[in-house]
Design a binder for this molecule. Sequence first.
Ligand code: UDP
Length: 329
Amino acid sequence: MKVLVTGGAGYIGSVVAAQLLDAGHSVVIYDNLSKGSTHAVPVGAKLVVGDVGNRDRLRELFDAQEFDAVMHFAAWIEAGESMKEPERFFRNNSANALTLLEVMLEKGVKRFVFSSTAALFGDPERIPIEEDDPLRPTNAYGESKLLVEKMLSWFHRIHGLSYASLRYFNAAGATAERGEAHHPETHLIPLILQVAAGTRQSISIFGTDYNTPDGTCVRDYIHITDLASAHLLALDALAKRDDAAALIYNLGNGRGFSVREVIEAARRVTGHAIPAVENARRPGDPAVLVASSEKIRRELGWKPQYAELEAIIQSAWEWAQRNPNGYEG
Ligand code: UDP
């Protein structure tokens, strides 16, 4: 298939693009490079630099070649930031996704794989979280993605759009070539590893008074390779169906680790002391997010290879040591 990957120069998009190429698909990456890096773009993928909000540019892109599917990763992801400037998230994540979908519909491209998030669930009523559980985001980031899921559902019903929405829990870890390098970095594991590498003094624990066993937030960390393989399965599932599909899957390992447990695991993996400082809660953070991924296992045969947190951190640590400045040399 010929696949357009928006945000394919970013952390998750680039790993998916590499797997698509390995599986024999043809890949065009569309990325404005505001966060991503050309160094993350896999050999064999064509990079087009552009913004998802640029309707004319998208039209040109779709006129120049026929895509069998679009995978949409380009978005802001910082939950904490979204509680300071929600408008940026609604513009970039929701409005721009609508522009992309409108151009796809105009040009007759009907398969869409969407980067969704566990942040849709807010504070869940039960753990592990299943796909049909209530969607009540506690941060604007989650809301910005929920708006897109709602659009997808209507475009499916009205226009026959065939889509898969993959709700990532906490993407982590690295492949040999690609890892997590956000600027500025806001994610727990890469920040912890900066402390281990000596480029940051301490890791800040955001909140120690949550209703969890050790008072810190619990998350479900999933390796980037496993996350990526789910996208290929979803694409195949969309391609096999004659009718329009609406596939929604949670993606996690089904096990939760607290912030303190992640720091402890990183101490074991790296052998560094990793000083931690207790701080106030970060606004908008739910206490516990752990996925049930039974549905994608059952329906698409997804099998994660990295179930262990230490193995996930180990892969991130190896990448961080080989790339101390991320992709910037
Ligand atoms: N966190 C933290 N210190 C940091 C960064 C994150 O304690 O410097 C916590 C954060 O509050 C959340 C968890 O680690 O409970 C995971 O946060 P991250 O930003 O990595 O992912 P999110 O769960 O927001 O997608």
